[in-house]
Design a protein around this ligand. Sequence first.
Ligand code: 26V
Length: 811
Amino acid sequence: MTISKAAYMERAITDKLMIHFGKTPDQASESEMVKTCALVIRDQMAISEVETRKKTLKNHKKQVHYLSLEFLMGRSLMKNAFNLGVLPQLKEALEHLGFNASDIFEAEPDAALGNGGLGRLAACYLEAMTTLEIPATGYSICYELGIFKQKIIDGYQVELPDNWREVGDAWLLPKPEEAEEVLFGGQVQQYWENGKARVVLEGATKVTAVPCDMIIAGYKTKHTNVLRLWDAKTAMPVDMSFYSRGEYVKAVEEQAMAESISKVLYPEDKHSEGKSLRLKQQYFFVSATIQSVVRKHLATYGTLDNFHEKNAIQINDTHPTLVIPELMRIFMDVHGMSWDKAWSITTKSVAYTNHTVMWEALERWSQTLIERRVPRIYQIICEIARRWQEKCEKFYNNDETKVRDLAILWDGEVRMANLCVAAGMAVNGVSGLHSEILKDDVFKYFYQMNPEKFQNVTNGIDHRRWLAEINPGLDALIQECTGSDKYLSHASELQKFDKFADDKSVQEKLAAIKLENKKSFAEYLYKEQGVVIDPNSLFDVQAKRLHEYKRQLLNVMHIIYLYQKLHDDPNLVIQPQTFLFGAKAAPGYDVAKRIIRLINSLAKAIENDPVCRDRLKVVFMENYRVSLAEHLMPAAELSEQISTAGKEASGTGNMKFMMNGALTIGTLDGANVEMHDLLGDENMFLFGLHADEVVSMKREGYNPQRIYSQDDRIRRILDQMRNGFGDGERFEGLYNRLLMGVGGSPADDFMLLADFDSYAEAHRRMAETYHDKALWNKISIHNIARSGLFAADRAIAQYADNIWHAEHKKI
Ligand code: 26V
């Protein structure tokens, strides 16, 4: 008798539950069930992982090492089951055991080891690298606490710790036998040995880095990859000597110092603060990673001469920059290589991706801090900087402004981005516009020296997760229309859906799917937050980190405008709309927190207002995160991508909304530009100044006060904001920021007032279009069908072809 796949799965689950928890299914809690299923799936992947490793060792392919301080993985159970092709049997087995499968998936905590776009991108890319069968490893820190959990209490954001590992540990395989030692502090000593200068570090503090591996499954492949997360532990033998010398407290102190390194993810995603612990995190993870990469390379090849031929190291933003001097250190101090040879191999191995042009986020570290924490690394940076400066002086004929701009060390600081561009074999931006800004502005003098280094790779998303897995209704419709599930491996197949744009029955099916998704989201929101929203209203969504440049405040201004309009004319007929906001603010970013408070005041005011409440609704969704986004995207109808042009490097939420059929209201910023190229004016609601107009308007002297005094609508909106909504909260600070400029930043730095009129006009066009259901659905089909460009598979194939020169499965 053959046993069905589901029965086999059920057996694996019951066995694991018994072995691991000593329980039968009727005794297991949901959390225990999540862990049990994770262990079962992990076992399956572990077998493939061993096979993959064997194969990679044998075929000597080039390996990719993706270094990122953030990987926003979210949940893995459904994802891995989907990719392994065992999702149907997992669901069936769970149901048969008396569980509701979707409750079990919902009970898995997010692995939220990231802040926002940069971290989620890294997670999508790991999936795509695996699906394309590139031998790749992600490296990061095994933070005990991920990004904080956000609670809204009395309208204010409150941060709570996110202890993801209690359940999330089930995905991790600790590998203590592959631990590395990382050294901090101490003194650099040089001496001569056999006619060669040797460098050693004396009196340094040792921290042990223990790898915890998370296996990544690809789609329709046995190839697996690993996300290696380093856990910081005290190096025990050293500590024992403290104990025996009676320095008990010192030993405990060292232990606390060491282990604090992997305690918590920094929740700031723009402002670089120069905190010592953050620097330690960076060096810890980079040093452990590179030691491990070099060790494995030597074990395979017995030489470092071909290191760059067999390894590509991608630096995700500047956070892993210290990988550059660390590689130099290992090549020279540990393996006796000359400077020139070490530099030649290093600069052929590393590549850098920039993710922001906001100057506050460009990392600069105090020279003194680096010198104190990692003295040998500091020496190497100084030497790199000296040689680089010589080169620049020669190239630019001692032009002082240019040489200063290009410097790696300046004014007591190390400029990480400059170090990355000087040393990297490639530098890339993450959308067409962003990459142009890097060449024309941020790194313009670098570009003139080495134009061939600069590239663009427009971001992409894992469309298997962000479409097929989270929106099964739409997945089924696409498969029905395109005739197969081929789009899952070849996202460009989505194009075949385009010709159904005018097909009435497809339009109606799409509308029905969207309505169902809106209803499920309404239920979800009610369960999570006790908020009721009407699935028949238009779902207008802005979900992303809270930043002034992303302009949640512009959205709020427009809602206040509608609110006032309804008060002026209570009989006005308007499309009922639900405005959904999801956003975490960095705990120290007061302005962002004030904007959250304002959204909540406005939400309350509208809810209590008999004139507005049936037509407008504002909801601040608590704790926006990957798993909430997975419920939200399929239900969204309008996607707000309204950053000041030139400021959003790419955006990836914009792609997720588009793929799920939402229409975009947005500026020509980041990847919205590519989106507009695909869709044309008629299929998105474009508004606002262009990036070059923002620059020239600022240069010529932008005057928001004039707009305030000349435009009645804007004056009324801002006055209302200043006075608040009668709940005792006033927003004078925000008002002043828009009109006076506060604390050194200019008035309305992000040009909200300049773009308001055009934004309101785009909203009018949008509402008119929404009225015409057939037209709206047609546009929605165009959006879905043309979103294939934004698949991570495409982006990864470009990295592999143009930057890493690594082989991959063709898409
Ligand atoms: C910066 C900092 C500064 C120091 C403190 C910790 C910290 C953490 C993260 C960051 C990086 C911020 C850059 C970032 O997230 N950029 C976003 O990258 C996305 C992926 O490329 C892109 O879609 C977004 O437009 C861009 O804002």
